[in-house]
Ligand binder design. Structure first.
Ligand code: 5CA
Ligand code: ZN
Length: 486
């Protein structure tokens, strides 16, 4: 295999990312408001394909799409005390209509619990109104104080998918929490993004949640990125917003809720996890252009070659593939290869005069850049086969990479040593005490991501057989993950 290099990708990841999103182009960061950006046409198409996976997975599990207003009156935003305490410093306020001060300040939603749940109160009365499962894909605004980064930490999150559910019992809501985790797992599996599911420690939960389970992935520079979260909300919001239903015995019960969110950060991860020194590499399902056809023209046979290329393009399109033909006349084939490698088109088809004579085409796959000569009549099947190989290859390569970046360690020194050397995630034993956790974070100079979330058991406690806490040497009660993160 002639796998392209991933040197720049891993060693100068931040520059790599900025260059790729600018050169493709995917996302323009030059808009003069900090923490915002513009989805450029090719980036918008990637975003559209990713959103169609997200919609698909949500809709097939019974979530219905809705659209709520952007503005939230202050008295609603501040109803759940923990929620507002944590978001207070991040909220953008609308205070005027023209020159007139507003009687009630309006927040730009930082997330939509406090916009949706007053309406839940109106919609939910009887048991038969449950479960309620909705989602929306909107922009949200957070005045982030940490360094902003394109797509990864923005102040206008332009692609915020939030799902919100309400249930009759704790058990049903916990079942929904598991379903939410499964939905996200399938989304990331389709994107070939490897992930860890980790229950966040109490001090790092979503404000107002009883439990937060995060999806984390490792970026090329070894730093960890949270790419989605599933929150079990318990009854806290239901009590604050008075959302209840009448049970069969005539008594009222507050509903049990969950919510889960994912943003363009997942698209930043998609770009970052699979890329190489030539630019984007995309799984076929989200590649805006799955096949690019490039005519190799020689004097005298231009029209013939172009005609064949157009025929091939039509055939491929009729079979359902997304195809482009690059028939620009003033650009060399070499420069076209370069441009389409940058854009991550999974398969390139080259057709020149010799191919006309032999009824062949050359196929080049983006991940390995290896070439095969095929008969034109079998081109659809060959391309489909290659796309499956690429997708499986990307899934495996990223899974292996992730696996190599998660290590078990015993001591704080080892943890620090590993993170200094390669980043990624270290797992170690912990006593479970907050004060010890804070100390541990300081000594390792990293963040406690939390406890591994065990999908099968729904339980978080592996057996620790007398193990000692890496921080204080007392009896360990949990295995924790620690990382340096975005
Ligand atoms: N209401 C809940 C669930 S919808 C919520 O807001 N959860 S969250 O705060 O954890 O956000 C959900 C996901 O959005 C996060 O896991 C993270 O991947 C992404 N996200 C959060 N803030 C930003 C930001 N400033 N820029 C880009 N993505 C973000
Ligand atoms: Zn301890």
């Amino acid at each position: 295999m002639t796998n392209p290099e991933r040197k720049v990708w891993s060693q100068e990841y931040s520059e790599w990312f900025h260059k790729v999103i600018a050169d493709v182009p995917i996302y323009d960061t030059r808009y003069p408001v900090k923490g915002t950006g513009i989805w450029m046409p090719f980036g918008f198409r990637i975003r559209k394909e990713v959103l169609s996976i997200i919609r698909d997975e949500l809709e097939r599990t019974g979530h219905e799409e809705v659209l709520f207003p952007l503005l939230i009156p202050e008295y609603l935003l501040s109803k759940e005390s923990e929620h507002i305490r944590n978001f207070e410093d991040e909220v953008y306020w609308v205070t005027h209509g023209g020159k007139t001060p507003l009687e009630v300040k309006l927040a730009l939603r930082p997330t939509s619990e406090t916009a949706m749940y007053p309406m839940f109160k109106l919609w939910i009365n009887a048991y038969s109104d449950l479960p309620l499962k909705i989602f929306q894909i909107v922009n949200v605004f957070r005045y982030e104080t940490k360094a902003t980064r394109p797509m990864i930490r923005v102040r206008e999150v332009s692609t915020f998918k939030e799902a919100h559910t309400a249930h009759a019992t704790r058990e049903e809501a916990e079942e929904q929490e598991r379903i939410g985790i499964e939905v996200y797992s399938r989304i990331f599996e389709r994107l070939k993004i490897p992930f860890l599911t980790t229950t966040r420690p109490d001090w790092d939960k979503f404000p107002g949640a009883e439990r937060s389970v995060a999806f984390d992935t490792v970026m090329p520079d070894g730093r960890v990125l949270q790419i989605g979260t599933v929150h079990f909300l318990g009854q806290g919001f239901a009590k604050a917003f008075d959302i209840k239903y009448m049970k069969s015995d005539g008594n009222y019960e507050y509903v049990w809720q969950t919510c889960y969110g994912i943003s363009e950060r997942a698209i930043a991860a998609l770009i970052s996890v699979h890329g190489d020194d030539h630019g984007l590499v995309l799984p076929s399902e989200v590649a805006p252009v799955q096949v690019v056809v490039i005519p190799i023209v020689y004097k005298g046979r231009e029209e013939e070659v172009l005609k064949r290329c157009r025929e091939v393009k039509d055939t491929l399109e009729r079979s359902g593939l997304r195809v482009a033909i690059d028939d620009r006349r003033d650009i060399t084939p070499g420069n076209k290869y370069y441009a389409w490698e940058m854009k991550g088109a999974p398969v390139r088809v080259e057709i020149g005069p010799r191919d006309l004579d032999n009824n062949t085409a050359v196929l080049v796959r983006r991940d390995t850049l290896s070439k095969t000569h095929v008969n034109v009549d079998g081109v659809v099947d060959e391309i489909r086969k290659i796309m499956i190989q690429i997708d499986e290859g990307l899934a495996e390569r990223s899974r292996e990479w992730m696996k190599s970046m998660v290590r078990e360690v015993e001591t704080i020194e080892q943890a620090k040593g590993e993170l200094d050397a390669r980043g990624g995630v270290v797992e170690l034993n912990w006593c479970g005490r907050t004060s010890c956790g804070e100390e541990l974070e300081k000594m390792i100079d990293a963040r406690i991501l939390g406890v591994p979330f065990d999908k099968d058991k729904g339980k978080n406690e592996p057996s620790l057989n007398g193990a000692k806490c890496a921080g204080c040497n007392e009896a360990a009660t949990k295995k924790i993950r620690v990382a340096r993160s975005y």
